[in-house]
Design a protein around this ligand. Structure first.
Ligand code: CA
Length: 234
């Protein structure tokens, strides 16, 4: 069965170009030209991945993304943002939009196809809809539970959001300011140092009993969580 991609974009010419390239690459394509239509199409057509423009009439791409993430069926649906400018890209990256990836216009169709395929692969091979995994740390997003191996890890709400954000974007380094935006929200008055305090609490809870540290401090840059290299047997 062909993978289904829903293209949400109001520029008709771009939609035509996208449809042509995506169908050529083996996708089934559906279109939505505004946010309301996008939400309907997701519910009815059940795409495998959504290609979502940032700038849309009626309901913004950001708002669609948030609504999808709040809904039960689409909570884990892979979303790739299309952004026109670097400020939009910064916002997608910095905010906890729940987007899985983003591409800046103008983009090469083959790059876009590769990213979409990677997202679908990741979502289908992964640990299931509501779980994030990294090494032996697992987050159950639906139940708000974190475990490490068989041990339950008790986190405060801020540490939980911090860990979810870092694990949703494994391998990516976030500055303190980006984490403040993503975890504390846009208009918070918190100092950057606060992030360090919560990272410390997070580490303490995760590493209880001498488990290895999965949070990486990047000097003068920020923090990341990395998937440990898989040991190759034999
Ligand atoms: Ca647009």
């Amino acid at each position: 069965m062909k993978p289904r991609v829903l293209v949400v974009e109001d520029e008709r010419a771009l939609v035509t170009m996208l449809r042509y390239n995506l169908e050529k690459a083996g996708f089934a394509v559906a279109e939505a030209f505004d946010g309301e239509e996008a939400l309907l199409r997701v519910a009815e057509w059940k795409p495998d991945v959504v290609l979502l423009d940032w700038m849309l009439p009626l309901v913004s791409g950001l708002e669609i993304c948030r609504r999808l993430r709040r809904s039960r069926e689409a909570r884990a649906l892979p979303i790739l943002f299309l952004t026109a400018r670097s400020e939009e890209m910064d916002r997608v990256r910095g905010l906890d939009t729940g987007a899985d990836d983003y591409v800046t216009k103008p983009f090469s169709p083959s790059e876009l196809v590769a990213r979409l395929k990677a997202l679908i692969r990741r979502s289908q091979s992964g640990a299931g809809a509501d779980r994030l995994l990294c090494a032996d740390v697992a987050i159950d997003l639906a139940q708000h539970r974190v475990t490490r191996g068989h041990r339950r890890v008790h986190l405060g709400p801020t540490e939980f959001r911090l860990l979810s954000h870092l694990m949703r974007h494994k391998g990516r380094v976030f500055s303190r300011e980006q984490l403040l935006d993503a975890v504390w929200g846009d208009d918070c008055e918190v100092e950057a140092r606060t992030v360090d305090v919560h990272i410390r609490r997070l580490r303490k809870a995760l590493n209880e009993g001498g488990a290895s540290d999965i949070v990486r401090t990047v000097r003068s840059a920020g923090y990341a969580i990395d998937e440990p290299e898989r040991a190759i047997p034999g």
